[in-house]
Design a protein around this ligand. Structure first.
Ligand SMILES: C[S@@+](CC[C@H](N)C(=O)[O-])C[C@H]1O[C@@H](n2cnc3c(N)ncnc32)[C@H](O)[C@@H]1O
Length: 203
């Protein structure tokens, strides 16, 4: 039986590069989610796609443990979670060409102008994220914050290796093409707008 200790793996030390094969025990496509929150997206997606590996990063310990507990209760063994600052992890600790999809749903918007520098999606982060994508890999970003969305579009637009592709891609095993995140469900219920963009590593 899978335990919380199996699901939560330690963050890498300084200079250490993540080894997904060692982490999961097998060489399979890896999807990463940044800011997993309570883990609803990963739980549903991992259950629908048992032949893929899912790696979630969350810096709030409370949510990380909540999400890990859900994986244990559902017996989901193709998810690993890590407590880390995802920006630092992507820039310094991911090997090249290791990810099929990078999911980023409702990243903290930091709405005050003086806090914009704390936003996750900035040029250095996107450049490192693209290095980590396999050729043909995707980044999917979704937010409820229109002004942040405009900034995201500008930042990804400057990255020449990315091409905009449809957000919803039908996938075998997933009814409707994708699953919703916890915040997405909440915001859609409240009638709020959701802004989405997906990009493929082409060049
Ligand atoms: C608004 S919530 C969205 C949660 C989930 N993605 C969803 O859509 O339901 C943002 C989450 O990202 C986490 N987070 C924000 N910045 C982070 C970072 N740099 N590294 C890891 N987690 C981060 C927060 O702790 C929070 O759980």
């Amino acid at each position: 039986m899978i335990t919380i200790e199996d699901v939560i793996i330690p963050a890498p030390g300084p200079g250490q590069i993540l080894d997904f094969k060692a982490m999961f025990g097998r060489d399979l496509p890896v999807e990463m989610e940044i800011g997993t929150g309570k883990g609803g997206f990963l739980l549903k997606r991992a259950r629908s796609l048992p032949d893929r590996w899912f790696f979630g990063v969350e810096w709030a310990n409370k949510y990380l443990r909540y999400a890990a507990d859900r994986m244990v209760r559902w017996g989901v063994n193709n998810v690993r979670l890590m407590r880390a600052d995802a920006r630092h992890l992507v820039v310094h600790h991911l090997p090249p060409e290791c990810l099929t999809i990078l999911h980023i749903y409702h990243p903290d918007p930091w709405p005050k102008k003086r806090h914009h520098k704390r936003r996750l999606i900035q040029s250095a982060f996107i450049s490192a994220a693209v290095n980590a994508l396999l050729p043909g890999g995707r980044i999917a970003v979704q937010t409820d914050h229109e002004e942040y969305f405009q900034q995201i579009r500008e930042v990804v637009g400057r990255e020449k290796r990315l091409t905009v592709v449809p957000f919803d891609i039908p996938e075998a095993g997933i009814v409707g093409g994708r699953v919703e995140s916890n915040y997405e469900i909440k915001y859609l219920r409240e009638g709020r707008s959701i802004f989405q963009i997906a990009l493929e590593k082409t060049g």
